[in-house]
Ligand binder design. Structure first.
Ligand code: FE2
Length: 292
């Protein structure tokens, strides 16, 4: 059994920035550029959630990426992916798309619904310098394929990446060792969840239903309301989470952690490299149609 004796506290609560991306999709950027160093190897986390087609209908027409991975988790809704390497897939309700942009691709992410709720997250995970120009890779993981476990305390855990209580997730990565868990707490009080985390790994949680508490080594509980991201302090051997007293609904939250690369980060829009020269080369390659 995994045990945690000195759980990490909350270093900072983040409410994110309302923004629009693609052809005008309204979203909240929870992990913004100023947090890239602190949350290395993660570069961005966007949350989209709306039942108004005006907020999402225009989608993300053709655009390039180079140098990192995108992980899209669709809580609700349908989105069609097509890329310049011939991959195509339908991302829907509870499914994940894991895409390694590597040396470069052009893709589109377009809603395949005209009404109803579209809700989900897109995470950008950096690649180590040695892998930035690797061949692109893509995998659609349907909801039913995502490994799940249920704790005795009443928490259902969907293991998207990394390992939880001996259950290996859908994706493993050597360089950044990402952990990506979707936690569904039972409504009953007492449902708690703990997860060991190496102190060097940067970690955060993102609450998307109800209200959660992070309990630190001194027993202090920091509430994290719906829609917020909590950056976890690195001191400690893991994290201890439980629903906040009076949470208005059963809690759902993402727990994301990874091993920092500690390499220079140079970003120009959808290109994330290590140096400015590599960015110029990316723009040049893209303009000359060398993204395949
Ligand atoms: Fe994209």
């Amino acid at each position: 059994m995994d045990s945690v004796s000195h759980p990490r506290g909350v270093e900072r609560l983040v409410s994110g920035q309302a923004t629009s991306d693609g052809a005008g999709v309204q979203l909240t950027r929870l992990l913004t550029q100023d947090l890239q160093r602190r949350l290395d190897p993660f570069l961005m986390l966007d949350n989209f959630a709306s039942d108004d087609p005006d907020d999402y209908g225009a989608g993300f027409p053709d655009h390039p990426h180079r140098g990192f991975e995108t992980v899209t988790y669709m809580i609700s809704g349908r989105m069609r992916h097509r890329d310049s390497h011939g991959h195509e897939g339908l991302l829907q309700n509870g499914g994940v798309q894991w895409m390694t942009a590597g040396r470069g691709l052009v893709h589109s992410e377009m809603p395949e619904q005209e009404h109803g709720v579209m809700e989900g997250f897109q995470l950008w995970l950096n690649l180590p310098a040695r892998d930035k120009l690797r061949e692109p890779w893509y995998r659609d993981i349907q909801s039913a394929e995502i490994p799940e476990l249920r704790t005795p305390t009443g928490v259902t855990v969907r293991v998207i990446a990394g390992t939880c209580q001996g259950v290996a997730g859908s994706v493993q990565r050597e360089g950044t060792e990402p952990l990506y868990l979707d936690l569904h707490f039972d409504a009953a009080s007492g449902a708690a969840f703990s997860q060991p985390l190496p102190p060097a790994h940067n970690a955060f949680i993102c609450v998307y239903r109800g209200a959660l508490e992070v309990v630190d080594a001194a027993g202090r509980a920091t509430p994290v309301p719906r829609g917020r991201m909590a950056v976890l302090a690195n001191a400690g051997d893991g994290v201890l989470l439980r629903p906040a007293a009076g949470s208005p609904e059963p809690v759902r939250a993402l727990l994301i952690a990874g091993k920092p690369l500690r390499e220079p980060i140079a970003q120009y829009g959808p290109f994330v490299m290590n140096t400015r020269d590599q960015l110029l080369e990316a723009v040049e390659d893209f303009r000359n149609g060398r993204f395949g």
